[in-house]
Design a protein around this ligand. Structure first.
Ligand code: ATP
Ligand code: MG
Length: 580
């Protein structure tokens, strides 16, 4: 690529609508331009980065046993009606109708299309497993498109779908994809965590989000400082040690006038917040006896609503905190003084932390009164217990004996998920097993945001002057800078190196513009290409050139005869045996 002939419209200033650094820098480096909210043009340099990300994804998906195909962006409503999603997907789904008045949508994802394809073609277990993927444009009418490519409305996704004959097969495919994802993000040079994510009703550890760690991430990533445990904040668990075990004298009811918060109650009753049992009343929004649920948790901990929803199953779907009049009626007492002792007519679910408590304190279901010396199991039945707790930084790691949890921000770049038979059952997608019996396919789905991955790389790798691309996804490996293109010696040397470097498989952006050297160096920093080879009069005379690293700004003098080898070696090293 000759800079003078390439469309790289760089900007000095940040665009006014950009909030995060990747958005600012991609616009300033002439990689993207906005067309409408969340809809972008990808300019040549940006498109090269996208191409690199896609290529790594392709290679590793192939290694993981998946095959590439291509499905349409436009999808007929009938398939979405069959899966039941036409009615529930909501406003993110861009719907339209054709000239005959038939309904269509632009695909935000492709489970329906692929399930329809496979059910039409695959008859026997002998044709399984099958793992298919595409790299394609999606449309989701996001409420708040923002952050450039990070949350667009039109965006490029790699989406893959697997079909297996049984659970064991589906799990093996899932593990292969998990490994492929590790290789993909490692090759891109990203600092990432594979976190256990909430897999709703499916259970088990069959949903992982791949998170690039960056301060601007929209998600919390909980991970261990010592072992490889990592989970998103909706799913994370921790080791919470109980307060010291004590003899629990007979239950007492005491006046606690005007004390409300956990801290106030603990102080007033000369105990600690971790000996309090909080009682929260939730409304499941259903009719009948099971409508209200009392949730018990230790005073110093918080309920994680996603865990609660999953624990409650079908009752969790429309969960809200109960209204005050309902709380008063159910507990027979005042709001703020609820407790499990004597509570009747509601489902009670206790967090695990409550089961270990001794000599505890609870609300007495009367205004301004609490019970002390409460022993769970003795003074109220300990029925259902579950992990409902929100993990916190500093908590013990649930996996290893010594580690502590930390919470960092992350950007979700990929998501793998075991779907089970959700779509195959809804859409009657079946095959014949060895006994000749119809069975639904056991499915999995695997997504990667291609543009979001490129943007996440910038969030993680940049400095005050511009982008710092890892070699594997940089738009070029080296910028060959003709420091003064008026000089014939510089021009001749640079032209020769341009040819020789490319012969060695090095991707070169040859800055052959009639600009000042300072301008070229500033653009080199903005574009974030990992290396710059500076060709100036002095170097040509001396017989050695400066090779500059974008990452740390360091320069080394390289003898003219070694320059091509040195650059090619550096590129090869950085790519770790892949490509180059
Ligand atoms: P999010 O929670 O960020 O909205 P999602 O759960 O809706 O993501 P999936 O449906 O699992 O995402 O899509 C797979 C991948 O596609 C995501 O991991 C992400 O990298 C990417 N992606 C999703 N929505 C967008 C978007 N609006 N813009 C760019 N990439 C996206
Ligand atoms: Mg989404």
């Amino acid at each position: 690529m000759r800079y003078s002939e390439t469309f790289i419209p760089t900007l000095r200033d940040d665009p006014a609508d950009a909030e995060v650094v990747s958005h600012k820098l991609m616009v300033r480096a002439g990689m993207i331009r906005k067309v409408a909210a969340g809809v972008y043009n990808y300019l040549p340099l940006g498109w090269r980065v996208i191409g690199k990300v896609e290529q790594i994804v392709r290679e590793e998906m192939t290694r993981g046993g998946a095959q590439e195909l291509r499905m349409p962006a436009v999808q007929p409503a009938e398939l979405w009606q069959e899966s039941g999603r036409w009615g529930v997907y909501g406003k993110e789904l861009l719907r339209m109708s054709d000239r005959h008045g038939r309904d269509f949508c632009i695909g935000p994802t492709h489970e329906e299309i692929i399930t329809d394809l496979v059910r039409g073609e695959v008859r026997s277990y002998k044709q399984l497993p099958l793992n298919l993927y595409q790299i394609q444009t999606k449309f989701r009418d996001e409420i708040r498109p923002r952050f450039g490519l990070m949350r667009g409305r039109e965006f490029i996704m790699k989406d893959g779908y697997s079909f297996d004959a049984d659970e064991a097969g589906a799990e093996a495919t899932y593990r292969r994809m998990e490994e492929a994802y590790h290789r993909i993000f490692a090759r891109m040079g990203l600092d990432f965590r594979a976190v256990e994510a909430d897999s709703g009703q499916i259970g088990g550890s069959f949903s992982h989000e791949f998170m690039v760690l960056a301060a601007t991430g929209e998600d919390d990533v909980v991970s261990c400082t010592t072992c490889d445990y990592a989970a998103n904040s909706e799913k994370a668990t921790s080791r919470v040690s109980p307060p010291e075990e004590r003899e629990t004298p007979a239950l007492k009811t005491v006046d606690t006038p005007g004390v409300h918060s956990v801290e106030e109650v603990a102080e007033f009753l000369k105990t600690s917040p971790d000996r309090l049992i909080k009682t929260l009343i939730f409304d499941t929004g259903t009719e009948g006896d099971g409508r209200f649920v009392a949730v018990l948790i230790r005073g110093d901990r918080e309920v994680n609503e996603v865990k609660l929803v999953n624990t409650l199953g079908a009752d969790g779907e429309r969960l809200t905190l109960a209204a005050n009049p309902d709380i008063e009626r159910i507990t027979g007492g005042a709001v703020g003084f609820s407790g499990p002792v004597g509570l009747k007519g509601v489902r009670v679910v206790a967090d695990r932390s409550v089961a270990d408590l001794t000599d505890a304190v609870t609300g007495a279901n009367q205004a301004d009164r609490h019970h002390t010396h409460v022993l769970p199991g003795r003074d109220f039945p300990l029925g259902e217990t579950a992990d409902l707790d929100t993990a916190r930084a500093g908590d013990g790691c649930p996996r290893c004996a010594t580690g502590k949890l930390v919470i960092q921000r992350g950007i979700e770049v990929g998501h793998i998920f075991k779907l089970g038979t959700k779509y195959s059952e809804a859409m009657q997608a079946t095959f014949l097993d060895p006994q000749g019996k119809k069975q639904p396919f056991v499915m999995g789905c695997y997504g990667i945001g291609i543009g979001r991955t490129a943007a996440a790389s910038i969030e993680q790798n940049h400095d005050g002057n511009g982008i710092l691309w890892p070699m594997a996804i940089a738009p070029a490996h080296v910028v060959l800078i003709g420091m003064n293109m008026k000089s014939e010696a510089v021009r001749d040397t640079a032209e020769r190196l341009y040819v020789e470097l490319r012969k060695r498989g090095v991707e070169v952006l040859f800055d052959d513009r009639a600009e000042r050297a300072g301008v070229k160096l500033t653009d080199f920093e903005l574009l974030g290409i990992p290396l710059a080879l500076l060709v100036g009069d002095r170097g040509v005379e001396k017989g050695s050139l400066e090779l500059k690293e974008r990452k740390d700004g360091s320069t080394t003098e390289v003898p003219m005869d070694d320059v091509v080898d040195r650059v090619a070696d550096k590129v090869r090293e950085a790519l770790g045996g892949h490509g180059g």
